[in-house]
Ligand binder design. Sequence first.
Ligand code: NAP
Length: 481
Amino acid sequence: MVARVIPVESFDLVVFGATGDLAHRKIMPSLYRRWKEGQIPDGAKIIGAARSDMSRADFQAQIETALTNFVAADDLDPDTLARFLAMLDYVMIDARGDDGWDALGAMMREDVVRAFYFSVAPALFGAIAERLHLRGIADRHARIVVEKPFGKDLNTARALNRALAAHFHEDQIYRIDHYLGKETVQNLMAVRFANILFEPLWNAQFVDHVQITVAETVGVGGRGEYYDTSGAMRDMVQNHLMQLLCLIAMEPPHCFEPDAMRDEKLKVIRALDPLHPGDLVRGQYRGAGSDDYLSECGNPASRTESFIALKLHVSNWRWKGTPFYLRTGKRMKSRVSEIVVTFKEPPHSIFGESNQWRENVLVIRLQPDEGMDLRVMIKEPGPGGMRLKDVALDMSFAEALGNDLDVPDAYERLIMDVIRGNQTLFMRGDEVEAAWAWVDPVIAAWEGRDDRPEPYEPGSTGPEGALMLMHKDGRRWREIR
Ligand code: NAP
């Protein structure tokens, strides 16, 4: 089955930081693939902007190399590639300087969507926003896209929001959390709000607890120096895991419109209880060579966590009493992102004590092998009386929808959503600030205690303390396979 492609309207997209890693690995390959699928209309312009002194031809050659490296060989046919490269232009601009802006303005067309992707350090967001506005390059209809990290705490996030709000309205600002662009994350909304099946059970009366796991096998690698100033709480929990939590815990919005969705997500973040210090475990992978966090980050005294597990409570009518356990880490056993909803025991068993009861569990797999798995109790076949057994109703999306389903990468979807003017999958300023307002005191508490993260073996499921976090509640993590 091939995904339906609806062309977007014509646009001019400026990529600030077009010579950088993100532009080469994600933005340009995503644009190329959408172009190849026929979603980008003829006449669209993609303009790279950075300080490097180079010609349009040099830039086209640089992007050709990037596409060769980061697009599957099957997708790269010479004719499509040549026509894509012909769309590219380049302008030399220092975000903090005065030169190049008029040339940029002159390259852009009137009466088409103007979008500006800030793929640069957040310290440059304000300078670019100001110049685009004051030079008349971006008007009330323009859209700007900003990358994570959106601040490193509430104060810095507020400062970034203020710097952007000085020149753009909230409905022009697209804050990317690429997790929200993943097909399976969007499927969470379909599972919850397009089926009557789950909603009546989706509350503290029937749900025992929820687990959200995002495990990576990679370490911090070349990002070690940056990562050491951030850690798993800022890098993963404040954004990706909190967003997943919101999608699982939110009330049904009255429609699938950006602000209706974002209002409901915001309410979840605001309903979070402050974290109890005993409900948090931080870990650091410790091994030999590149398997050791301290040598990878280059700071032998580092107390930054590469793993975190925590238990949260959402204090509202729906969820009071149902804990949410979140964990994420690097250099773990395998690359897994999944959400596990464990339902409560039936109020009365009619089958006697010899039958061991197992929980009904709904597993939503985000990666790999996206799909859903619902564990239900059935009668064990055979003449041996009424013996129960739990089995999986297992659905792989690839199998159900056709193995050759052509699913766009998160960045492809998100960039096209910017052109379409759809902010549903982007974070609003108040959501980001609310998430920081919850995270800040948690970080301040461990910094105040000067805690050391607990070591864990690379390739494991994380530190012992994470297992204990659930064991002490009589629960256990779903095994990372
Ligand atoms: P990078 O490889 O360091 O690239 C930075 C880009 O900014 C380069 O094109 C650089 O080009 C340009 N630049 C630097 N100073 C500039 C200035 N004063 N004026 C104009 N352009 C300037 O960084 P990156 O990894 O691509 O990341 C870009 C942004 O995306 C960052 O905010 C990062 O946190 C975020 N992000 C990156 C990733 C990723 O996987 N890489 C993932 C998520 C988020 P010149 O030197 O030619 O000016």
